[in-house]
Design a protein around this ligand. Sequence first.
Ligand code: UD1
Length: 436
Amino acid sequence: MKKNSNPAYIVNGGKPLYGSVKIGGAKNAATKQMVASLLTDDEVKLTNVPQIGDVDATIELLKSLGVKIAHKNDEVIINSKSIKNGDVASALSRKNRIPILLIGPLLHRFGEARIPMLGGCKIGARPVDIHLDGFKKMGAEIIYEEDCYTVKAKELQAAMIELPFPSVGATENLMLAAVRAKGTTTISNAAIEPEIMDTAKLLQSMGAIINLEANRTWVIEGVESLSGAEHNVIHDRIEAASFGITAAITGGEVFVEGAEQDHLLTFLNALRRVGVPFTIKPNGIVFGSAKKYSPITLETDVHPGFMTDWQQPFVMLLTQSDGVSIVHETIFEDRFGYTEALKKMGATIQLHSDCLGSRQCRYQHQNFKHSCIIVGATPLTAAEITIPDLRAGFSYILAALMAKGKSTVTGVEHIERGYENLIEKLKGLGADIKRA
Ligand code: UD1
């Protein structure tokens, strides 16, 4: 059958969603853990791996280096003994942000890694200076030529690294390097997201000595070698939150199996302030809906703050709150571009470059439109819209589910990078949605 080069989701919105949906493994843990398995010659078995585009892209990337991978359903078995070289192909690097994490494992094996410019969602400049400064502190030499980083180090040395910002990717990158470096590395002002903790758990199972101490500080004692392990990836808290909101905005009730309260604490507090009912169960969370919602002021932040990847679906919810809500995005400078299409569907949204809300962030006085005012409640009308990036993608699906009539959503390749069986899961809740 000929592959459709511009697939779209056709959604007939306006129907309340009811039922139960099962959340998959976390994209932002599974893909990193696949890279972590390159730190050993033994087999690493990961279960609860989501079946998404970014996992397929990571498999393709690792296979291109000579790694052997068996992939069936949610199970991935990785054996890196046969890895050939540390040279990442340019086409594979542009798909997402995973290749930069190969630096540590490749340096330990070959003393050299070549990583071309990265891909990933266009939500800001997304530099990698924090990653590279950390590697320099660990004794690596870095050359940047023709859109490619060449990193060299015969042996990585432990270092005391204080990050200027708790970057998720930089923390993971330096963690993967430190577990086999010589000596004890501290990474302070680091990120402590649940997905990073989950990767630390895999590393510990592989034989690493790794600890999270006070004040966001990872302390890692380098070991000579690591061994194989089995690890069950944590559930995806972004997918869980996204499905939680489907119930609230369509006027339904959805049991999100696998939603974990301790990873969603801040999200649930925000829902409560808006007036969305929820009930915690032993194996998930029931999300409900109400006739009226309240406006709130919200600020995205590093964990344990309100996650930037919850921002887009949450803005959709706030279009249905009576009054003025404010969302201040403090993690990425350009993460509101997606709201333009929502305005065409009837949402009242204004972007500002001031830090609106309770505090100033590092984007103050820089002309980045990183604050958003939403005035609701506004009904939405069906439209043809094109998804600009992964997380914005789910908010467009929410908009289409909410709007009465037929919406056509293109750019679905973005959403398929990160959401598993989205169409089937939404259909299971009663949504009228198909891929064309
Ligand atoms: C990861 C997640 C993404 C999430 C984000 C923040 C993955 C694959 N993606 O992205 O879903 O939204 O964390 O929770 O796990 N920065 C620098 N220099 C650097 C590194 C980062 O200035 O060297 C800046 C970025 O431009 C951004 C901020 O720090 O403004 C946060 O980035 P970071 O935490 O690194 O996000 P990612 O790891 O790219």
